[in-house]
Write a protein that binds this ligand. Structure first.
Ligand code: AMP
Length: 285
């Protein structure tokens, strides 16, 4: 496995691979690699791509300094995880290389209005500006590629898809399913911050989503059931929403068909998110 930290070397490497006829599969991560990330590496590999994974804890997408300070960092096991899961090239750029102005503001920001303002965006002002800005930079350096994103961060995937459309990046965004632990909890780097008791409470998120996934209902009914399930488990919900799977605009009770249910809550001071498809039925049917 090749390891690169220099931006020009990364750009040259991706370019050279394309020149040799390889398709570059980019997997952006913030490290603390786990089975969720590994599933993206394997997806890229099974598409025949040259797998280029990046590890960069992007401070611009943290609106809370203590969240950034607590974010897990496991550089040694990241190298092992990447190597054992088919990564061809691991890129670990420095903060100084990515954002030389930091901690001062970087003059250029990519902002995806609408999709980026809702849900996570409403609770974490500036979060998706930080996400879109760093992903735009990763795309600009990597060049034409397939980029793999987990549905675990569903809204992030929607923001990136919109940005790719609007700014004409030569990038195919590939969405990959959520990887869960056996108990149903969506795997996340932040899960290690949960106490044993907190972890069992956190299961309410996936349980609530599984429950509403079982039978069609109106958008309001789905929201009520989600609220109730999370409330009973003592999870402080940040939001519970049923939304259009592309724009993430909130669904109303006149809509029918497949939509996305998205939930966020705080357990042990750890912010958790999860989502799943739901079916909307016609009112009074
Ligand atoms: P992160 O390192 O948390 O920024 O995540 C990097 C990428 O891995 C994002 O596209 C995430 O959506 C994806 N990812 C994280 N956890 C999971 C999971 N449990 N299942 C699938 N993809 C995931």
């Amino acid at each position: 496995m090749q390891r690169i930290s220099d931006l020009e070397a990364w750009r040259d490497y991706a370019h050279a691979q394309r020149t040799q006829g390889r398709h570059v599969g980019l997997v952006p991560t913030m490290g603390a690699l786990h089975q969720g990330h590994a599933s993206l590496f394997r997806a890229a590999r099974s598409n025949g791509d040259l797998v280029l994974a990046t590890v960069f804890v992007n401070p611009r997408q943290f609106n809370d300094a203590s969240d950034l300070a607590a974010y897990p960092r496991t550089p040694e096991s990241d190298v092992e995880m990447a190597e054992h899961n088919g990564v061809d090239c691991l890129v670990e750029p420095s903060l100084d290389a990515m954002w030389p102005d930091y901690p001062d503001a970087t003059p250029t920001t990519v902002s995806v209005r609408g999709i980026g303002d809702r849900l996570e965006g409403a609770g974490r002002p500036g979060h998706f500006d930080g996400v879109a800005s760093v992903i735009a930079k990763l795309f600009a350096i990597t060049g034409p590629c397939r980029a793999y994103f987990g549905e675990k961060d569903y809204q992030q995937m929607c923001v990136v898809r919109q940005m790719v459309r609007d700014l004409a990046f030569e990038v195919d965004v590939v969405g990959c399913p959520i990887v869960r632990d056996v108990d149903g909890l969506a795997i996340s780097s932040r899960n290690v911050l949960l106490s044993a008791e907190g972890r069992s409470r956190a299961l309410a998120l996936s349980r609530a989503l599984a429950l509403v996934g079982e039978q069609p209902a109106t958008a309001s009914e789905h929201r009520q059931r989600l609220e109730q399930c999370l409330g009973e488990a003592g999870v402080a919900t940040s939001y519970v929403e049923v939304a259009d799977p592309v724009t993430l605009a909130a669904s109303n009770d006149d809509e029918v068909g497949i939509r996305r249910a998205l939930v966020a809550g705080v357990v042990d001071n750890v912010r958790l998110i999860d989502n799943a498809p739901v079916t909307l039925r016609a009112r009074n049917s």
